[in-house]
Write a protein that binds this ligand. Structure first.
Ligand SMILES: Nc1ncnc2c1ncn2[C@@H]1O[C@H](COP(=O)(O)OP(=O)(O)OP(=O)(O)O)[C@@H](O)[C@H]1O
Ligand SMILES: [Mg+2]
Length: 249
């Protein structure tokens, strides 16, 4: 029995003739901060979506706490999605609901907490994201960066074991990017395990303790952030050139 929280074991996934994953494997331990990198189209989002059952793999296995979760029925996924939270790029707040209602929604759906307890929980999570006292505001009253952080708070509110962040800093200016990374660190410090999909290499370096690079359907690199920073491997160099962070020469 392994100690891994999440195991991706030799997964394959194609769309028609497009082979996206051709034997992808890696495992996550509790509390890790993984950066999942790779050029556009290498299957990062498909992998995250496969973990929470929004996409189905063709071959291989995905285990959460040793339980197979890649072949569950739709009625079993809500339980998994409480423990493994997929943080959508858009944040996906309900426009007609204020911040309190947006954050209370998953709590009403999935818990038996009293209104008082919900109130306290929302206060706590807003404090964590540095946005206290905005319960009564509508998403349209918030800046894009604030909306993003409220969306992240909603991903965190059911105390998941794992959060999957799909490009949470995409389209944000440097100041808001810093705030989003800060929020991810605060969540991580509460013990949640993270997978951070991004093209923002500086943000990945700031947040992650381990980097995985997908290339041509495989895991091309899987090592510590220190190894990534100091690596002169052709794989890492090719990736940095493709992403525009280094010049080819
Ligand atoms: N539902 C789908 N039907 C057909 N092809 C799909 C579908 N979803 C993804 N793909 C294809 O699978 C490949 C991987 O897509 P994915 O969205 O995972 O890439 P990505 O690594 O997240 O890229 P990006 O960095 O641009 O977000 C792409 O070629 C994409 O076009
Ligand atoms: Mg993607």
């Amino acid at each position: 029995m392994s100690n891994s929280l999440l195991e991706i074991i030799d997964i394959y996934k194609s769309f028609d003739i497009k082979e996206v994953h051709k034997g992808v494997s890696f495992a996550l331990s509790k509390g890790e901060r993984i950066g999942l990198l790779g050029a556009s189209g290498t299957g990062k989002s498909v992998l995250l979506r496969s973990i929470v059952g929004l996409e189905f793999i063709d071959q291989g296995r995905i285990l959460y706490n040793g339980e197979r979760i890649d072949n569950l029925s739709e009625k079993d996924y809500p339980r998994i999605r409480k423990s493994i939270s997929y943080s959508f790029q858009s944040g996906a707040l309900f426009d007609s609901m204020n911040v309190f209602e947006n954050l209370a929604f998953p709590l009403f759906e999935h818990t038996d907490l009293s209104l008082e307890e919900i109130d306290a929980k929302i206060h706590e999570v807003l404090k964590l994201i540095g946005l206290e006292g905005i319960q009564h505001l509508l998403p349209s009253d918030l800046s894009g960066g604030m909306q993003k952080r409220v969306g992240m708070a909603r991903s965190m509110i059911l105390n998941p074991d794992i959060i999957l962040y799909d490009e949470p800093t995409a389209g944000l200016d440097p100041a808001n990017t810093v705030n989003v990374v800060k929020v991810m660190k605060k969540f991580s410090n509460t013990g949640v395990t993270s997978i951070f999909v991004t093209h923002d290499i500086p943000a990945a370096k700031e947040f992650c303790d381990r980097i995985i690079i997908l290339d041509k359907g495989h895991v091309a690199f899987d090592n510590t952030i220190e190894e990534f920073n100091n690596s002169d491997s052709p794989i890492v160099r090719k990736f940095l050139v493709t992403e525009g962070f280094e010049n080819a020469n």
